[in-house]
Ligand binder design. Structure first.
Ligand code: DC
Length: 665
């Protein structure tokens, strides 16, 4: 997950390969609650691991369910089996509507002493119609903040189950889902009827609910979309084991990607087929209308680019409310204006999504019209795109939708602010995108930070990489590892061994993971950091064929979304076209003192004079060697950090980087 302040997506061109998508949010949270309300234990597989499922799981634990987490996506729930939950609890439900609504209903009919609350945005998302329906039933629910909105308090009900229960269907289908999941708990002696008032929106989500209720032993009778009967004698029973399908809304970004950017090789999505029980799977039809070539299989889909530009679309999106947002960004690449209709529910989602899509698309240069329940997006021709910072409103879908703008024909980057908001449903969204997206290496930004030993470049470069969400290349480690491997192989580090050491360097099984350095399985992080290892590295690095042997390895670090590389020749030899080069120095005395402090901290004895002599000798060798000597690239910016803290140097580098980006201030 990218927990950075922003993530800059370089211009992207192609998409091909396979992706495995996280489990469906709607299915995951329904399954968790149903398992909790059932008799018996349910083993859930491929559960979505995200903010929304985490708050649900935490709530279930607080309510007294046994919850055992297994490997990724696996969790076992011991159901309460009709037993009352913990009698009092204060549940924090984040911004998860799929937790807030059904838990409100279930706890309200079971009764107790509960508080249900969430993030500030959750307290702006309406719940009044559900509360009205529950109150009519005899539930005791109070508003702790604004009338009609969470946070809520829940007490003990005096249930009146005789008359049909009315609920509005035109604000959020989650109200009906909540009642459908809660009422089987009390439909013991007699059947309970729910009557939907107003046009029911988002029907496919109700189908998911009914489908899952069946899996847990409850068959609801439905007359059209207005009357639902929960049979007498209802009792939740665990199906034992349950698989969660991949999320169809999450799939929409990759279907779009395939439609816009697949090459001769298609984009393949695993874990989801066209027979999915999720309504958003019908996004496939809309994507096909726009030109995508989609082949559905069992549990997989293959997507290719068909019509290009995409074909404009005019569509009622009621049946695919979440996935339809993806159509809005696809529409930027269409052959005419596209209209998305019947999307009033967007206004009460994680943010006002109609407004968000309009405002952010306009930042890209697009013309967008909006109405109370519709959006019209005009295509954005080549030459008219603008580099934009996309505000994401703590809405995962806004972030994911606008990542598609990186495929603009004008070769512009796109800045996604607060990229971690995707964690709501798809924590590894960007990693997954980068695993299939392609762009010429020259489009992937590289920041080079070169300089002498102990100048702090490694620390500064790693911190800059972390701030930008970029990869980090410590090129010195490659020379250190080579020298260590050579020594271990019994080779003298000298010119006569050059061919042997170069051969070793070419096939070196070096691996960088979690800040550690490995040769094969051997963790050599500490072994390569000694003074002696540094001096040996300096010696091997003067051998031209060793340098050649390590070039491909270093170039391989230039991967999406970008790279910060530190060394001696990053800016001069390895990445001469890099858009930002920095030469980081500090006085020899300062560097010797810094090194001294590091060694003392590790309990290694040293003398500053010796260290200074050592690093001056190393600088001299590194800068006087004939190949790739240590020197600033002609276009490098000099940064002397003798009197600066690491944080100040990092801020300086980030400032220079920002100043070179095309985003408006
Ligand atoms: O940055 P460092 O101290 O880990 O580097 C160890 C040695 O490796 C350094 O003295 C010279 C060599 N080196 C190099 O020649 N080119 C690089 N890009 C990085 C390091």
């Amino acid at each position: 997950m990218y927990a950075t302040e922003f993530l800059d997506l370089p211009p992207l061109e192609t998409a091909a390969g396979e992706v495995t998508l996280p489990g469906s949010k709607s299915i995951s949270n329904r399954v968790l609650l149903l398992a909790a309300l059932s008799e018996g234990t349910t083993a859930v597989h491929d559960l979505l691991d995200s903010d929304d499922t985490r708050v649900m799981l935490d709530a279930l634990v607080q309510l007294g369910c046994g919850v055992r987490r297994g490997g990724p996506g696996q969790v076992e729930i011991d159901g309460l089996g009709g037993q009352p939950p913990a009698v009092s609890a204060r549940l924090f439900l984040g911004n998860a509507g799929t937790a807030m609504r059904p838990l409100t209903a279930a706890l309200a009919v079971l009764g107790g002493d509960f508080v249900l609350e969430g993030v500030p945005r959750m307290h702006e998302r309406p719940i009044g119609d559900l509360v009205d329906a529950l109150r009519a039933l005899g539930c005791s629910i109070g508003y702790l903040g604004n009338q009609g909105y969470p946070p809520l308090s829940i007490g003990r009900p005096t249930l009146k189950l005789g008359a049909p229960i009315p609920v509005r269907g035109d604000v959020s289908s989650q109200f009906l889902t909540a009642l459908l999941m809660a009422l089987p708990l009390v439909a013991v002696e007699r059947a309970i009827v729910i009557e939907v008032q107003g046009e029911l929106i988002s029907r496919p989500y109700i189908e998911i609910t009914l489908n899952l209720l069946r899996r847990f032993g409850i068959t609801v009778e439905r007359e059209g979309w207005s009357r639902f009967t929960i049979p007498a004698g209802s009792r939740y029973r665990s199906p034992g084991k349950l698989h969660v399908e991949a999320d169809a809304s999450s799939a929409s970004y990759f279907i779009a990607l395939g439609a816009m950017a697949a090459t001769d090789r298609p984009l393949v999505i695993r874990g989801l087929g066209e027979d999915s029980i999720q309504g958003d799977i019908r996004f496939v039809d809309a994507a096909r209308q726009m030109g995508a070539l989609v082949e559905g299989g069992a549990n997989r889909m293959t997507i290719r680019r068909g019509a290009w530009p995409l074909k404009a679309i005019d569509i009622d999106c009621n049946h695919i409310p979440d996935a339809a947002m993806t159509l809005a960004t696809m529409a930027l690449f269409a052959d005419g204006p596209s209209t998305l209709r019947n999307i009033a529910s967007w206004r009460v989602k994680e943010t006002d999504r109609i407004a968000a899509m309009a405002i952010e698309s306009r930042k890209l240069g697009a013309t967008v019209e909006e109405g109370p329940d519709w959006l019209r997006i005009h295509p954005l021709p080549a030459g008219q795109w603008r580099a934009a910072r996309i505000h994401t409103y703590d809405d995962h879908r806004v972030a994911m939708c606008f990542s598609l703008a990186a495929f603009n024909p004008d070769g512009l980057p796109v800045r996604i602010e607060d990229p971690k908001c995707v964690a709501k449903t798809f924590p590894d969204y960007f990693e997954t995108l980068f695993s299939v997206a392609g762009t010429p290496a020259a489009s992937i930004p590289v920041l080079c930070i070169d300089g002498p030993t102990a100048s702090g470049k490694g620390t500064v470069a790693a911190a800059v990489a972390a701030r930008l969400g970029y990869h980090f290349l410590d090129s010195g480690a490659m020379y250190r590892v080579t020298a260590l491997a050579a020594t271990r192989a019994g080779l003298a580090i000298a010119a006569e061994q050059e061919p042997a050491i170069a051969a070793l360097a070419r096939t070196l099984p070096v691996r960088f993971a979690d800040g550690r350095v490995f040769i094969g399985h051997d963790d050599v992080t500490d072994a390569i950091r000694t003074e002696e290892a540094g001096m040996n590295a300096s010696r091997v690095s003067a051998l031209p064929s060793v340098r050649d042997a390590l070039v491909a390895l270093q170039l391989g670090f230039r991967r999406l979304p970008g790279l910060v590389a530190d060394g001696r020749d990053m800016g001069t030899v390895i990445f001469p076209q890099a858009p930002l080069k920095i030469f980081l120095t500090a006085s020899a005395q300062t560097r010797a003192e810094r090194r001294y402090k590091q060694l003392i901290a590790k309990g290694i004895e040293a003398r500053i004079v010796d260290l200074r002599a050592g690093l001056e000798a190393r600088d001299l060798r590194d800068s006087s060697r004939p190949v790739a000597p240590l020197k600033p690239a002609p276009d490098a910016l000099l940064l002397d950090n003798s009197t600066a803290t690491i944080e100040q140097s990092v801020a300086e580098v980030i400032g220079w980087w920002q100043a070179r980006q095309p985003f408006p201030a």
